[in-house]
Design a protein around this ligand. Structure first.
Ligand code: SF4
Length: 360
């Protein structure tokens, strides 16, 4: 006895593939556009909601396809208003997305993978190991949910427009190791017929995979690129980010120069300050020297303690001195104080802990 084929996730189909599936079942070609609108403009995750389709078409779709969704399941809210949501995937994996308020602005921090294989020494996600890449649909679901959540909290009289001010790919996983799905999801998020968010409001953050930086440069996607650098000499970076062992800074610099030449964009450098590890005057000089290769903006980030990593964050006087040393070298530096620390929702802390259930 042969088992029936598992139903395919409908959001992995292109419009052309949808057309083919529908017309081969004697459905009208324009139905594909209608289905596409339900999927990517209305964020629909059930065939029953597709109310402008005949019942027979919905029945056909239900028999042939399914939805692999990222369903919100658990939630925690920080004292500072940051909300962390755990999303359950169809294979029971759990990922996290975070909504970060700042006044009446909201930033959504999105995951691109379940777990991560890169094992950076300071990162809670790295400790989980890797389960799998997310689909574009699962990435899109996080954005839709957090956008709706922001809509319920925003005071509309102050800032009309989209509930989300920004989207950052800084959640679980390395976005450039799931490049195609991330690109596809961003295409949907920015499409005028979907969420219509400007690519200028999206930042993709990566530890810097040279081959993928070159590919992104070729695609010139319009979003911002942020490099998680954290150390600007190979010995120290090898200890923090094992990927650097096989892809040293010289290779990374060449890829970033290429990106800048192709796209003309300034690169955001993210640098977490770890006490006694990468916060000395020599480290500041190394960082300044790295930054001379292309126009940059530096975001210094406070470290959020993660159990069992053994790292601690630099103290305030050290941070201030580090900033002064960079500014003396004419570099633009911002200090990012972390939000959501108390619920492990801050940078490097996402590890899909089970906490509070959402009532649907
Ligand atoms: S910092 Fe990013 S790339 Fe490194 S282990 Fe964590 S999620 Fe993966």
């Amino acid at each position: 006895m042969t088992l029936p084929e598992p139903r395919k996730d409908i959001r992995t189909l292109s419009v052309e593939e949808l057309e083919e599936a529908l017309t081969s079942h004697q459905e009208k070609k324009f139905r594909a556009q209608q289905v596409n609108q339900w999927l990517w403009e209305k964020g629909c995750t059930s065939f029953d909601e597709m109310s402008n389709l005949p019942v027979s078409t919905r029945q056909f779709l239900t028999c042939q396809f399914t939805f692999h969704t990222a369903a919100p399941e658990i939630q925690q809210e920080s004292r500072d208003g940051t909300v962390k949501t755990g999303f359950r995937l169809h294979d029971q994996s759990l990922i996290e997305g975070v909504l970060i308020p700042s006044g009446n602005r909201f930033t959504a921090c999105i995951s691109s993978q379940a777990g991560c294989q890169l094992g950076c020494a300071f990162c809670a996600t790295g400790k989980l190991g890797f389960t799998r890449n997310l689909t574009a649909g699962e990435i899109f679901d996080q954005v839709i949910f957090l956008s709706r959540l922001a809509g319920t909290r925003k005071k509309p009289e102050n800032t009309p427009g989209h509930p989300l001010s920004n989207i950052v790919f800084m959640g679980m996983g390395e976005p450039f190791l799931n490049y195609d799905a991330v690109q596809q999801a961003i295409g949907k998020i920015t499409s005028k017929t979907s969420l219509g968010l400007s690519p200028q409001r999206i930042t993709v953050s990566s530890i810097g995979i040279p081959e993928m930086i070159r590919r992104m440069a070729g695609d010139d996607p319009g979003y911002h690129f942020a490099l998680s650098l954290h150390a600007a000499n190979d010995k120290k970076r090898n200890a923090l980010i094992p990927f650097n062992l096989h892809h040293p800074l010289a290779t990374l610099i060449e890829a970033l120069k290429y990106y800048h030449q192709r796209c003309g964009k300034r690169i955001t450098i993210e640098y977490i300050l770890f006490a006694g590890i990468n916060d000395t005057p020599t480290d500041a000089a190394d960082l300044a020297s790295f930054c001379r290769n292309f126009p940059v903006k530096i975001n210094l980030i406070e470290y959020n303690p993660v159990e069992e990593t053994g790292f601690s964050g630099s103290d305030d006087p050290t941070i201030r001195h580090f900033i002064t040393l960079l500014e003396k070298r004419n570099l633009v530096v911002n200090l990012r104080r972390s939000k959501g620390r108390d619920i492990q929702a801050a940078c490097g802390q996402l590890s899909a802990e089970r906490k509070l259930k959402i009532d649907h």
